[in-house]
Ligand binder design. Structure first.
Ligand code: URA
Length: 228
């Protein structure tokens, strides 16, 4: 990692403040004053005004995704969710599991590829809970059909067992273990219904906070990070 990025990420300083500190000679690398912002830092000792800096740690963020944003780092048609985060946090961040552009709710982002992989791994079977609004009242056999698994169009294996909780005839909570493309919409299409709106509430033990408005975010807690 470049020295200027190391400084920003280990202290929270902005790029321009970090550069000024470098120009002033406030930064030492292995005891030597360094002013070159592009010096590569691996495991050297970096100090700012004599204070030893710890290597920046991985970032884990929880975003309340609003509708109209895409869970990708760039797109030609829609604004990306990264626009909702402070630019200094965005470098290297990836969405850990996507939501469709019209889906709202819990989205996790991290620069820790292994953590993201664990979260998405079928072996880990992280449950995802969605609140689903349907165009038609739920038919009485759907809960049983989802528990047994349904065949989705274009797939050769049935979905893994999923559970349904009815809130009203057209609003349900669905818990699934997988994350196939458009899975929830395709599951309801497979039983002759249609998803009007979709909102993710939970992944594993990580829940969307009630006090986070659409577009707001927070860091994950140590406990939440360790839960994946
Ligand atoms: N299933 C869907 O169909 N869409 C999502 O955004 C998430 C799960």
């Amino acid at each position: 990692m470049r020295l200027d990025r190391f400084l920003c990420e280990s202290t929270g300083l902005t790029r321009s403040v970090a550069k000024k500190a470098l120009h002033r000679g406030d930064v030492t690398v292995d005891g030597i004053v360094v002013k070159k912002s592009d010096l590569q830092i691996n495991d050297q000792e970096v100090r700012l005004e004599g204070r030893l800096l710890s290597a920046p740690s991985a970032r884990y963020l929880l975003l309340h995704k609003p509708a109209g944003y895409i869970s990708a780092t760039q797109d030609e048609n829609y604004p990306c969710v990264l626009r909702l985060l402070p630019p200094e946090l965005c470098r290297g961040l990836q969405c850990a599991g996507r939501l469709d552009v019209d889906t709202t709710g819990l989205l996790l982002l991290t620069d820790d590829g292994q953590w993201s992989h664990r979260l998405r791994s079928p072996k880990k079977a992280c449950n995802k809970v969605y609140q689903v609004d349907l165009s038609e009242p739920l038919a009485s056999d759907v809960s049983q059909r989802f528990a047994e698994g349904v065949m989705l169009h274009g797939e050769d294996k049935a979905t893994l067992p999923a559970t349904l909780e009815t809130i009203t005839p057209t609003r349900v909570l669905l818990t699934i273990q997988e994350g196939k493309y458009h899975q929830v919409k395709r599951m309801f299409a497979a039983v002759g219904n249609h998803v009007e709106s979709l909102h993710r509430l939970q992944i594993g033990d990580i829940r969307l906070d009630d006090n986070l408005e659409p577009g707001q975010w927070r860091h994950l807690t140590e406990e939440e990070i360790a839960s994946i």
